[in-house]
Ligand binder design. Structure first.
Ligand code: CO8
Length: 372
């Protein structure tokens, strides 16, 4: 068995920012248009009027202040309310592959590793832009890595489940270096016309380079242990899929985009995650006092404050549990990796922390790392 290390991470951040204020102006204009168009049906009680959204509610309920998106214009157009991402010809790089490659190149540069020396690419994300060929195989070709690649999807936990999969293959000696890539184009599967969720997601891509921990000279994190868990729930669900045409469901339907019962998720996922982290730490002999940092899934600030307090047994000090959701919103599986990538350089040799994701499935993934 070999030891495993994280030697590089990379983040692709889109150029466009949508602030809460901009988002709410567009949503409210859409709601006004909808209500005017359906005035008679609303008056007859056949259709529910669309209520207005509020920037104050968004920041208070979630902690989100803005989000990055690949296309801003389409999302903010009250007559469209979804990003406009032109279809690309089959011989051009796909969008997921393009932003994934950007993040991978940053991770490779940080580690000083040539793409040709990587022998596994896992593209782990909440949605994949086509059924096949796997986006991972396209990324493998665009980067020029060797070995093989495959796609996987565990929604918000795709990155940590991908890290466990890659780490296990490195441990066993099957591969020496692996890239786990998370191109999350959340804007394309968010329902921007639903005020309960229109503020939640943003776009990003992250990449994590894992290597056999042998003769490493640069700064890195030892991967001490990984743990994954799942428990079925319909409280976060998206019914879009390849049977859509066979189901006669090709028309515009609410359940073909992200849907959630946010309150239930909040209540059910918090104890699941707290117990998962506590059990993982206990089994690995890691006490709360040993933990220097928590890089948590980035869905909700109150949720993270609660988990931080449960895990540490006290309120986290500033910097101990860094949030990035105020800038990026929820970026599904990429959130904890953005936090790790942007808030780990200052850790000293011997410092231990946990990367933890949670979300749809339900799924929880944790990775205990120590700075070398
Ligand atoms: N403006 C004004 N008022 C609003 C708005 C708005 N935009 N939205 C809702 N309200 C109203 C509601 O209608 C409700 O009114 P009333 O009390 O009259 O019924 C009131 O505000 C309170 O609403 P909620 O109970 O919904 O508000 P919460 O305090 O629960 O906050 C949250 C909503 C922020 C969604 C919160 O419940 C939450 O964060 N829950 C946890 C969710 C979570 O962690 N989910 C996991 C995310 S899923 C994931 O990470 C990946 C999934 C796969 C990727 C998909 C990519 C697209």
């Amino acid at each position: 068995m070999h030891n495993v290390a994280i030697t590089g991470t990379g983040v692709f951040t889109p150029d466009n920012i949508i602030t809460n204020d901009e988002l709410v102006v567009a949503f409210n204009a859409y709601a006004d248009l909808f209500n005017a168009e359906h005035a008679d049906a609303i008056a007859a009680g056949e259709v529910e009027a669309k209520p207005q959204s509020s920037a104050e509610f968004i920041v208070q309920a979630s902690g989100i202040e803005q989000r990055y998106v690949i296309d801003k214009e389409g999302i903010l157009d009250p007559t469209r309310m979804s990003p406009k991402l032109p279809a690309r010809p089959d011989d051009a790089p796909s969008l997921m592959a393009e932003i994934g490659v950007d993040a991978c190149n940053k991770a490779l540069a940080q580690a000083g590793v040539d793409a040709a020396d990587v022998d596994l690419v896992i593209c782990a994300a909440s949605n994949h832009e086509r059924a096949y060929p796997a986006v991972a195989v396209e990324i493998q070709q665009l980067l020029g890595t060797g070995g093989f690649g495959f796609d996987m999807n565990v929604a918000c936990s795709s990155a940590t489940f991908g890290i466990q999969t890659a780490a296990d293959m490195i441990k066993s000696g099957n591969v020496r270096r692996a890239l786990v890539v998370n191109p999350e184009i959340c804007s394309a599967h968010l329902e921007w016309r639903d005020r309960d969720c229109h503020f939640i997601f943003g776009d990003v891509a992250t990449a994590t380079l894992l290597e056999r921990d042998e003769g490493l000279t640069g700064p890195h994190f030892k991967v001490n242990s990984t743990r994954c868990a799942t428990q079925f729930s319909n409280n976060i669900r998206n019914n879009n899929g390849f049977l859509r045409r066979a189901h006669d469901q090709v028309h515009d339907r609410r359940d073909m985009q992200f849907m959630q019962n946010g309150r239930k998720v909040f209540k059910e996922v918090l104890p699941l995650v707290s117990k998962h982290i506590a059990a993982h730490m206990a089994d690995e002999g890691v006490a709360a006092a040993d933990l220097k940092r928590l890089w948590l899934h980035q869905a909700n600030k109150t949720m993270n404050d609660y988990i931080g307090k449960k895990v540490l047994g006290r309120d986290p000090e500033p910097g101990e549990q860094p949030n990035i959701l105020q800038d990026y919103a929820n970026t599904s599986s990429a959130g904890s990796i953005i936090a790790f990538s942007k808030h780990s350089d200052d850790m000293a040799a011997g410092d231990t922390g946990i990367i933890c994701s949670f979300g749809a499935g339900y799924s929880v993934g944790s990775v205990i790392v120590t700075r070398a």
